[in-house]
Design a protein around this ligand. Structure first.
Ligand code: AMP
Length: 299
């Protein structure tokens, strides 16, 4: 069939409808572009699960808070298109801002509770922007399987919540975090890092790795586990925004349910220079994010 590049919402809707009318299933991978191996892993996962795959590529203005990098966010349509073509993507939907937010647009999707803590506390309005644009994509795509990365763990939970609450015909799949060989979580924003920052950025995953090891050895004191991360981040001179341990489903803070038993989310956001990086691990579930033990020892 080949890759079909679509700019119009109406055309995207009818292309998705036409896939289903042929008795085929649709996989949907929403992205902001500047595609890397993390995005492509979602595409490959989608291809295993569904007969046709649509990727959306849209730098969504409503999810950027004032002062964030909306203007300078990387926009690399041609290499993105090539990667999608090579990966066997069927539809690439690249709408303009006006197409997604036409004149008069005045509706927002706000998820209560789960969107308030972690990143939501610092990026006020961010998840409302995400939920709104993803709801629009779901509205256009119709019944499908939509894939999201666990790198944006809170985002995944927010999307699962509103898809269920709004009774949308979408099956949500969370895909494991794809990492660089040294453990750094892949991100379109990693390209902002200088050589020195790129080296220091691994402090986050090295901290998660140590906490994961301690958890596996039986440590259940949240302060001790959080300190594993904080020590690495401080030593690498990153600026910690938050490190928190929460229930992996409700995202409620550990402090409200101190029985941290089998499974807990450890989520981190830190600035490396001007670049905000996030990462997380589900303690008691995810494998160690850094393969070699020796990599956890140095800053
Ligand atoms: P973005 O373009 O940053 O909005 O990301 C688009 C989708 O790719 C989201 O579902 C992200 O969670 C996912 N994603 C981004 N980076 C990674 C990664 N390193 N591993 C897994 N999924 C990722």
């Amino acid at each position: 069939m080949g890759l079909k590049l679509i700019h119009s919402a109406a055309e995207f809707r009818s292309a998705c409808d036409s896939i289903r009318s042929q008795g085929q299933t649709l996989g949907l991978v929403p992205t902001m572009g500047a595609l890397h191996a993390g995005h492509m892993a979602l595409v490959h996962d989608a291809k295993q699960r569904t007969s046709r795959v649509a990727v959306t590529l849209f730098v969504n203005p409503t999810q950027f808070t004032p002062g964030e990098d909306f203007g300078r966010y990387p926009r690399t349509l041609e290499p993105d298109r090539e990667q999608c073509e090579n990966a066997g993507v069927d539809l690439l939907f690249v709408p303009s801002v006006e197409e997604m937010y036409p004149p008069g647009d005045n509706t927002r999707v706000r998820v209560l509770g789960i969107a308030d803590g972690l990143c939501g506390a610092f990026r006020v309005g961010h998840f409302e922007g995400v939920a709104t644009v993803v709801a629009k994509f779901f509205g256009l795509a119709g019944a499908c399987t939509a894939l999201f990365g666990k790198k944006d763990y809170q985002q995944l939970k927010v999307i699962e919540r509103f898809a269920r609450d709004l009774m949308l015909p979408v099956t949500i799949v969370g895909h494991p975090i794809v990492r660089e060989p040294d453990g750094l979580a892949m991100s379109s924003r990693n390209r902002y890092l200088s050589t020195d920052e790129r080296k220091r950025a691994t402090a986050i995953v090295r901290g998660l790795s140590v906490a994961n090891q301690r958890f596996a050895e039986g440590e259940r004191n949240a302060r001790v586990l959080l300190d594993c991360v904080k020590v690495k981040i401080a030593a690498a001179e990153l600026e910690l925004q938050y490190a928190e341990i929460t229930d992996p489903e409700s995202l409620e803070s550990w402090s409200r349910s101190p029985a941290l038993l089998d499974r807990a989310l450890l989520a981190v956001a830190a600035y490396c220079g001007r670049t905000r990086l996030i990462d997380n691990i589900v303690l008691g579930e995810d494998p160690n994010p850094v393969l070699s033990r020796s990599q956890t020892g140095t800053v």
